[in-house]
Design a protein around this ligand. Sequence first.
Ligand SMILES: NC(=O)c1ccc[n+]([C@@H]2O[C@H](COP(=O)([O-])OP(=O)(O)OC[C@H]3O[C@@H](n4cnc5c(N)ncnc54)[C@H](OP(=O)(O)O)[C@@H]3O)[C@@H](O)[C@H]2O)c1
Length: 314
Amino acid sequence: MRFLDLPLLSPRRVPVIGTGAMPLSDPRHGPDPMDRDTAIAVLHHAFDAGLTLVDTADIYAPDAQRFGHNEELVGEAVRTWSGGRDGIVVVTKIGITRTVGADGDVWARDGSLDHLLPAAEASVARLGFEPDAILLHRVNREQQPFAHTVENLLQVRERGIVTRVGIGNVHLDEVETAWDVSGGTIAAIENERSPRYRDDAEIVGWAGERGVAYLAWSPLGQDHASRLGELYPEFAVVAAELAASLGHDVTAQQVALAWLSASGSTLVPIPGFTRAATVDSSAAAADLVLSPGHLARLDASPAGPGSMYPDDED
Ligand SMILES: NC(=O)c1ccc[n+]([C@@H]2O[C@H](COP(=O)([O-])OP(=O)(O)OC[C@H]3O[C@@H](n4cnc5c(N)ncnc54)[C@H](OP(=O)(O)O)[C@@H]3O)[C@@H](O)[C@H]2O)c1
């Protein structure tokens, strides 16, 4: 594995490809949810393979009754990993609410101090240690000016709950606001980026210039991951060319991770997985070197139909 030095995010070394833990709490990807021991074994396998940045969130759970499920899982996996807590960069997210409603789970966004402070404390309690950073998951743009939300988020830090805070699902003007209000101390930006969704080039460049980690979520297009080469054929073509020259299999998904990784000096894709095989494949992508010609062709290839969550794009 190759590592980046991103001190705003963590004093620990940050791998160029990380681990998105969400699918391990998602009933779509296995029994309801995946058996706990199997899920922890997948995380340990990812850490052993060098994918030692793990992304979780308080809302990642099979349902609202099991709010915090994924943080508990990640906490246990990190605490029990043979490499120890110091070997892992842990990022969690707060600022979305998920409650039990009459017709299923009810989702909302809350950037108030009254929500963020207890949410951050609860995340730390569920993990069983202080994460490297807590990020604002999404912005409630109707609630208050974004600068006010950032001030509330900074209170999580000022009150000693966590050392570093960051933001997610943000526009460039919000990134700049957060940077100014925080005095240039934002730990990370977690936004969507993948062959499907490529709207964020300016923010990727902005983050690289300032040494701010850009965590690229759903880098393989989530439920469409297995069809990546079919949906974005240039990635499959480059994979075939690399396989021929390297003499071993290369997949379109690996090319996508290598392309993302190369697209920003602080960009870390955080693929999710539920199996050792996809962990190993993702870890191997860190060794793929794409030529400037490959990168230019992939950049020029058509993107997909937009965000994975179009309803949340505001
Ligand atoms: N901040 C946000 O708003 C936000 C939103 C969504 C997601 N996220 C974060 O981003 C992480 C990743 O997103 P995601 O899980 O939604 O989608 P994703 O990473 O785009 O796709 C996940 C799927 O990719 C497959 N996969 C992983 N590595 C592969 C490889 N090398 N080759 C082929 N298939 C591979 C996995 O298959 P298997 O299941 O078979 O292993 C899994 O089904 C999440 O886990 C979460 O931590 C954040």
